[in-house]
Write a protein that binds this ligand. Structure first.
Ligand code: F6R
Length: 260
């Protein structure tokens, strides 16, 4: 796990965009895994800008989002489909038939979940996955106690997550109780993972993910088992890390060939 600490989240987001742009240039038909929420906003803004100004080409790209709320259709302004259209899809040349989010309006959720897994496999698996981090340590919406081997399925959101996400709704009560999320086993099959975490409300979860013991109670700690994860943090999210100086030393002394 590579841990990079930036002075502010803008710099971390620019770095994440560099990783994505490199992936897209090196493999124009790459499969990318996308997250929603507050964290990846600047990453998507930078990718939009690179598309506009540098011709970053999404025409061959396939995408899979991590999750969607159950019961919200794509026109609902708090649905993740709506979020993605506004944040990225409407502004770049990604093909609409190559964009995938779980269908939160499905009347057969188990089949929808199986089909989502099949679509990811049929596309060749995810090359590069971006993740945000819940303050309770979730990735996707794999809440504490999720099986570390889970696949795409329905999950019940914790009260903490519903309160964290209330700002996308009128109140926490309006946040749906259920979502469909890629499982932890699904996420772990991505070939490369970029985890972003910003702000002091993420510091405890970040400390567990990087330095804690692996546990279903902090689902993101499974990332310690993944061979290619980069964790991009701002100072506030990194505040509780015990080995901060070491991570900085590693970053400062990286061989040139490892830099992007
Ligand atoms: C969203 C997702 C979640 C968020 C996490 C952090 O697609 O999968 O895991 O990444 O809840 O949310 P924000 O970024 O709003 O703090």
């Amino acid at each position: 796990m590579e841990v990079l600490i930036f002075d502010k989240n803008e710099s971390a987001s620019l770095y994440a965009a560099k990783i994505f742009a490199k992936q897209i240039r090196e493999k124009p038909e790459a499969v990318i895994g996308l997250a929603t929420g507050s964290t990846p906003g600047l990453l998507y803004a930078e990718l939009r800008q690179q598309h506009e100004e540098k011709g970053l080409d999404f025409s061959g790209i396939t995408s899979f989002n991590l999750d969607e709320y159950v019961g919200l259709d794509s026109d609902h302004p708090s649905s993740y489909r709506y979020f993605m259209q506004q944040a990225l899809f409407d502004h770049v040349n990604i093909k609409s038939d190559r964009v995938h989010l779980p269908n939160g309006m499905s009347d057969d959720v188990p089949s929808t979940c199986v089909d989502y897994e099949k679509s990811i496999s049929a596309a060749g698996g995810i090359d590069l996955q971006v993740l945000g981090l819940g303050s309770d340590g979730h990735i996707g919406f794999n809440e504490p106690s999720s099986s570390l081997a889970s696949r795409t399925r329905i999950k019940t959101l914790t009260q903490e997550t519903r309160e964290d996400n209330a700002h996308f709704f009128n109140s926490a009560d309006e946040v749906p109780r259920h979502c469909i999320t890629m499982g932890i086993g699904t996420i772990m099959e991505a070939r490369q993972i970029v985890l972003l975490a910003f702000g002091k409300q993420k510091a405890a979860a970040v400390q567990q993910v990087v330095e804690g013991a692996m546990s279903a109670m902090w689902p993101a700690t499974i990332l310690q088992m993944h061979p290619s994860v980069v964790v991009l943090l701002d100072e506030a999210a990194a505040a509780s890390l015990e080995q901060k100086d070491y991570y900085r030393e590693v970053a400062d002394n990286k061989p040139d060939w490892q830099r992007i």
